[in-house]
Design a binder for this molecule. Structure first.
Ligand SMILES: [Zn+2]
Length: 485
């Protein structure tokens, strides 16, 4: 994230640019002044989500609806008629509400799905959301903020009287009202909830019921119907009601998740990183997603697992985040099997795991933990580190297990141990020679590579490079570090 100084400078330049554009009545192609709306702007604090907020795809004809049904059946691997829930698609702004200890603590926009904008300071404008929940302590509620038709008319009347520019439509009015830094207290917005996270509920209709019990408004006359033909009939009936609604709707939309697949969690296991941080991984029933086979997916941290009440045996819907890394976006609990419990011991060294300071993941604090050491040495030899060619994690593990390598400096003693190296299974003289040559070569790498190789927390390769602009070698670096003490 950029610093507040950079934000202030950016805002100043943006303001100047906007003034120039207004003055000359000319806007440069690709001008940043035109970029509000779909990406998180840097006017607001960013909110990073682990479960992205998706947008809806839509179909506008019956054939499209039938094709959608075919895809759903394929994902669910069923020939039987599927049960659908029909809700109005409200033409508003998608937002997320986070409750902690029964209190509403954060309101954010969808942004690009993964990164949204924090608009908590405007929560008072949304007239029908509870600021505290009695029944549930911690949860996330997602839904749509909209401006009622009558409120939109009233507002435009007011703007007209005061000689201001009129708002184009209720959607823009809702978005504009929420995305201002100075709350516009006289504006009234409303909210329909459609998604509830952190609950045991297995179906969307039971989620909507629970949301109503919690005090949220949900889409009026939503209904569960079996079979896509009945969905079509229901839409026809609802279309006639559209004009009479007090909110804008584009017509019904069918929740259509592009490029997603579903699979079952076969197992959950943990790995130890070089810093000792435990990462949680779900092993999946292999499934093809956008041309590649997915058999595991990261679960980020234990809070992620606990919030979703995830466990082995659950069915999950996965999507490729940024079209590369597969992520869980939805969970379908096949049974009430509770939450997967975290391990007590480190899978590598067996020592008792501790929790990090914010209690979201576990840590192995044993400095001699074999997997930590192997990962650290692998990082040291990696391309961003000292780029020692020919030593994979597997080879490093072999050296470690044969007491040839336990800390970075040992790499530079390996040439003295050629005889022992030659005794190792699966390593030919030629590859050993190559490794030793590459180790010798690594001494010539820039100082920034050495800094990166050392794996100092928070010091990325980019930062290491920047730092060496000021401290070009080890001597000046150490001298500076000493002066700081
Ligand atoms: Zn360990």
């Amino acid at each position: 994230m950029s610093s507040s100084v950079e934000d202030a400078v950016y805002d100043k330049h943006l303001k100047e640019l906007r003034e120039l554009e207004t003055k000359h009545n000319f806007i440069f192609p690709g001008s940043p002044t035109q970029k509000a709306g779909h990406t998180a702007s840097n006017k607001f604090r960013s909110v990073i989500r682990q479960i992205p907020m998706l947008s809806l795809d839509s179909v506008d004809n019956y054939e499209g609806l039938l094709k959608f049904d075919e895809r759903v059946k394929k994902i669910l691997k069923t020939e039987e008629e599927v049960e659908y829930i029909c809700e109005w698609k409200i033409d508003g702004l998608s937002i997320s509400l986070i409750y902690r200890n029964h209190q509403l603590v954060q309101v954010s926009t969808r942004g690009n799905g993964t990164i949204g904008e924090d608009i908590t300071f405007n929560k008072e404008l949304i007239r029908n959301i509870p600021f505290s929940l009695k029944r549930v302590a911690n949860c996330e509620v997602r839904g749509e903020v909209y401006m009622k038709k009558e409120e939109f008319a009233r507002l435009n009347e007011e703007l007209k009287k005061s000689g201001n520019k009129l708002l184009a439509n209720p959607r823009n009015a809702a978005s504009g009202s929420l995305r201002t830094l100075i709350p516009l207290q006289s504006r009234k917005l409303h909210f329909f909830a459609y998604q509830l996270f952190n609950s045991d509920l297995l179906t969307q209709s039971s989620c909507l019921k629970e949301l109503e019990k919690l005090g949220f408004a949900v889409s009026p006359d939503h209904r569960v119907v079996r079979g896509i033909k009945k969905v079509g009939k229901f839409i026809e009936k609802q279309e006639k009601k559209r004009e009479k609604l007090d909110f804008e709707s584009d017509a019904m939309a069918y929740k259509f998740l592009a490029s997603v697949a579903s699979s079952q969690i076969k197992n959950i296991y943990v790995e130890v990183s070089r810093s000792g941080r435990i990462t949680y991984v779900a092993e999946l029933e292999p499934v093809i997603l956008q041309g590649s086979k997915i058999s595991k997916v990261t679960l980020h941290n234990y809070t992620f697992i606990a919030n979703l009440k995830l466990n082995i045996g659950d069915e999950v819907v996965i999507k490729k985040a940024g079209d590369v890394i597969p992520q869980i976006i939805q969970i379908i609990k096949l049974n009430k099997n509770g939450i997967w419990l975290p391990p007590i011991d480190c899978p590598s060294c067996g020592s008792i795991l501790k929790w990090n300071s914010t209690n979201i993941y576990q840590v192995c604090t044993n400095n001699d933990c074999p997997q930590k050491v192997v990962n650290y040495l692998t990082h040291f030899a990696s391309k961003t580190g000292l780029d020692i060619k020919g030593v994979s994690e597997k080879i490093i593990k072999k050296f470690y297990e044969n007491n040839l390598l336990s800390q970075p400096t040992d790499f530079y003693q390996l040439y003295l141990k050629e005889k022992q190296l030659l005794k190792l299974e699966g390593l030919k003289k030629k590859s050993i020679n190559n490794i030793l040559t590459s180790i010798e070569e690594s001494k010539k790498k820039p100082f920034a590579n050495l800094l990166t190789a050392l794996g100092i927390p928070l010091l990325s390769s980019v930062k290491a490079r920047k730092l060496t602009n000021f401290y070009p070698n080890l001597t000046s670096f150490l001298a500076a570090a000493k002066n700081e003490e």
